[in-house]
Every structure is written in C-alpha cells, then in structure tokens.
Design a protein. Sequence first.
Length: 238
Amino acid sequence: MKPAFSRYVVMAFCVSALLSGCSQNSGAPAPDAAQQQAQSRAADATRNLDTYRQLLRIHNDEMAVTMGQDIVKRFPNSDAAKEVQQTLPEIEKRYAEASEKYRLTSLWLYQVSPMAGGTQSTATIVNGGVQLVLRRHTSWGQSVFLYGSKPGFVCRGNCAIAGTADGKPVRIMAFAPSTGEPALMIRDDKAFIAMLQKAKKITLDVTLADGDKKQTLVYEVGGFDPAKWVGVGKQKKK
C-alpha cells in the first residue's frame, strides 16, 4: 500500500505543478508600477469628466470652472481634457461676468426705515470711509450727499467737487449742511443721479476738514439697481 500511495502523491504533485505553471503562463503579465499609475490616472480623469458633465447639466458654473481647470491641469493630454477645452472657455467667461456683476451689485446697500417723523429710502455705496447716499424722504424729498466722519469736509458756502464719470471730467456743486453734520449735499441731485445711472465708475475729489487732507473717492456704481431704491411718496398733511 505504501508504494502505491507514494506514487499517487508524486503524481498529484506533478499535476498540481503543471496546472499552476499553465495558469501562470496562459495569463497576461501583471502591469508594472508605471502602467498601474497610468490606469489610475485614466480612471481619475474619466471620473472627474463625468462630474464636470453633471455640473454643466445643473448649470453650476463656479464648480464646473474649478473642475474643468483641474482636469486640464492634471490630465493635459487626455481625452477628458480635450472634451473639457471645448466648453470651458465659454463657461469661464460666463462665470467671470456673473461674478463681476454680483460684486458690483453687492457694493450697494438699500434700506427703508423711519426717519425724523417720516420714512426714508436710501441707496448707499462706500469708499474710503465716506458714504455716497441717495435718499428719498416723505417730508424732505429727494437728495444726494456724501457722509463721512467728523469734522467733515472743507466747504465754505457753495463748493465745487472735481471728479470724473468713466474718465470724463465732471464738476459738481455742493454745500455743507448748516446743521453741522459731516456731509456734503449735492446741489443738483437729479443731474447727479442721471449721470450715476449711466456710469460704471465715479471719482470725487474732496478735502477733509481734518488737516485739510485731500482725498479721491472712487465709487464703482455700475451695480446700482434703481428698482431697489424704492419710492416713499409724500407725507400726508394732518
């Protein structure tokens, strides 16, 4: 029995070895490290491209721009990068325009509130610590003024403010309020508002009463929305 058993064990071992050898020799060689890295990068590019496509479908320009730029940077010679480059420039342009529009509109603050026995509506933009205010009041009517900090501005009686509207020189007449507020009231509010609504940037040269310091105020007014500066009507007489 022992010799027969030994021959069986030897035969079984040989068969196992042969099968093992056949299995190893019949399959493709295992990928090396470089091939594995290339496969991994290709999978990442495909996965990110799918995300980019989804972002385009839901019109999420901000994240689409970020993802698209990442694909082009990380996988510059891939099919994914080639596909992205067909749409990315247009998305980047659209997103930049929308971002700039949002930035400009965010510079303005609109408020409606009780004020001195009436109601006032204001549209305000700030530069250099000085507010440019458009105001409507039920009793005082419409006005435009600069409002800073004490001691205010140098202006004796009527004074002329030199400035520009989109680079074109302008000259604006103003006066300091007799009540002592640190403000400059624009004489022709209607003309100033008409100019503002057509302009993208207005500069105003003022002199601060604190040390006669000259300052150029720059207001990026292109985001002004007249519809948000609501009317308040006139106060009814009792």
